[in-house]
Design a protein around this ligand. Structure first.
Ligand SMILES: [Zn+2]
Length: 437
């Protein structure tokens, strides 16, 4: 198979790809309109009918779907809402969202959905260099979370040997690096950094283990140059970004070995980048909110799902030869994680970029927003951990200067000893808004 897993699909011209997307989008729109009262009512209210879809660009006339809407729909029509379009006999798996911000949203995978999710995930894993016979240490959480299952199925499909260790904080993660000697690690980037930290504490050098590849999802950050170099040096690997989300599906975008941004599986997913203020499509390279439509999903299809994730997109072919669009830099933040402080706006990912550039600091950090009643002002404090002794009188002004350059505003700094911030095997929470609302 060489460089590509599905060469014909991965290298088709934009024109062919867009024609395929349009055919599939029409199929999806028609079935949603005919069989889902949820979509039909929503679209009628917005004045949209399937016959108005005459080109791919017309997709922008369809209203977006938000997570709150899905939650309301499922509360009104429990447990799955009125947009399940596969017959009950075809249902195979239930995957609710993690529910960190309200009631989880239920998603169903049909037999056909499981197959296409497996195929796309296998394509992504092949793209970052996984090959038959590799030992895959799957540190994505198993169970309800989508990525554990999809990566497991794909690893098997590729002819790999899977260690389904899951997202558990344990010495086993490091033991499996040594014996049987995992080739590939899959987990969240914050968990990978934590494992690397433990390895270093135990005096194990990355040279002693055969681990070759790490692909990290569930959170952004892997493509942040200072984070990537910490992951690569700490584990002795090539580190790749991997992306998915519960409502849309797992592991359907990943970097290729060129490390040139997330490649989207555009034959199964229609990817748009939308300016959240104007709701117009962003121009190539402009940052906006990812809006995703399922072109082939059967059971619980999403048409124009508003992910709240920020990214930019380019369509020029990658050096690897793939023609599917890419998002360089990966996920750049969550639209709802935007910090507005003293007139400046920034995302936690920008703080991460600065902090990971300082060798005297650990991988962990927190951003706290508090309200100073005496002065009547908001205070933003960045809490960091030192890994070596530092002169804070010298260091804090240096860090403030670097943050000011990136954020256009100067936060307060609090330096804590190593280990102060709690570690996680799942997604790290960085932003804490402690202001009384
Ligand atoms: Zn590529």
């Amino acid at each position: 198979m060489g460089v590509f897993y599905q060469k014909e699909i991965e290298t088709m011209s934009r024109k062919e790809l867009e024609a395929l997307q349009f055919e599939r989008l029409k199929w999806q729109i028609n079935r949603c309109y005919e069989s889902s009262p949820f979509y039909r009512e929503k679209w009628e209210k917005a004045g949209f009918k399937p016959k108005y879809l005459n080109s791919l660009a017309d997709v922008r006339n369809i209203p977006v779907v938000t997570k709150d809407e899905l939650r309301d729909e499922q509360a009104k029509y429990p447990p799955f809402g009125r947009y399940v379009l596969a017959p009950r006999s075809e249902w195979r798996e239930l995957h609710p969202s993690s529910g960190t911000t309200g009631n989880p949203v239920n998603t169903i995978w049909s037999e056909r959905d499981v197959n296409s999710i497996t195929e796309v995930t296998a394509r992504m894993m092949w793209g970052f260099g996984v090959r038959p016979g590799d030992i895959i240490q799957n540190g994505f959480s198993y169970g309800l979370w989508v990525a554990g299952m999809s990566a497991h199925y794909a690893a098997r499909k590729l002819g790999c040997f899977v260690i389904p260790v899951g997202a558990q904080l344990s010495k086993r993660q490091i033991e499996y690096f040594k014996n049987p000697g995992s080739d590939v690690l899959l987990c969240t980037p914050s968990f990978a950094l934590h494992i690397a930290e433990k390895m270093s504490e135990e005096g194990i050098s990355p040279n002693e283990i055969p681990l070759r590849i790490g692909a990290f999802g569930g959170e952004g950050g892997t493509e942040n140059p200072s984070t990537r170099s910490r992951l690569e040096a700490g584990l002795g690997i090539d580190a790749y970004d991997f992306y998915g989300l519960a409502e849309i599906g797992p592991t359907f975008a990943a970097e290729c070995t060129e490390k040139a941004g997330l490649h989207w599986a555009e034959d199964h997913y229609l990817i748009e980048i939308i300016n959240p203020e104007t709701m117009d499509p962003c121009v190539e390279g402009e940052i906006g909110v990812l809006v995703i439509s399922h072109l082939t999903r059967e059971a619980t299809p999403m048409v124009r799902y508003w992910t709240n994730d920020l990214a930019k997109m380019v369509v020029e072919p990658c050096r690897c030869g793939r023609t599917h669009a890419r998002s360089p830099g990966g996920i750049l933040g969550r639209a709802d994680d935007l910090v507005v402080y003293k007139g400046a706006k920034f995302y936690p990912s920008q703080v991460e970029k600065v902090i990971r550039g300082f060798d005297c600091l650990s991988n962990e950090f927190r951003i706290e927003l508090t309200y100073d009643e005496k002065r009547g002002v908001d205070v933003c404090t960045v809490i960091v951990e030192k890994v070596t002794e530092i002169d804070e009188n010298v260091f804090i002004p240096q860090l403030k200067k670097a943050l000011k350059e990136e954020l256009m505003v100067t936060p307060e700094i609090s330096v804590k000893p190593f280990g102060y911030i709690e570690r996680t095997a799942f997604k790290a929470k960085r932003l804490f808004d402690l202001r009384k609302k």
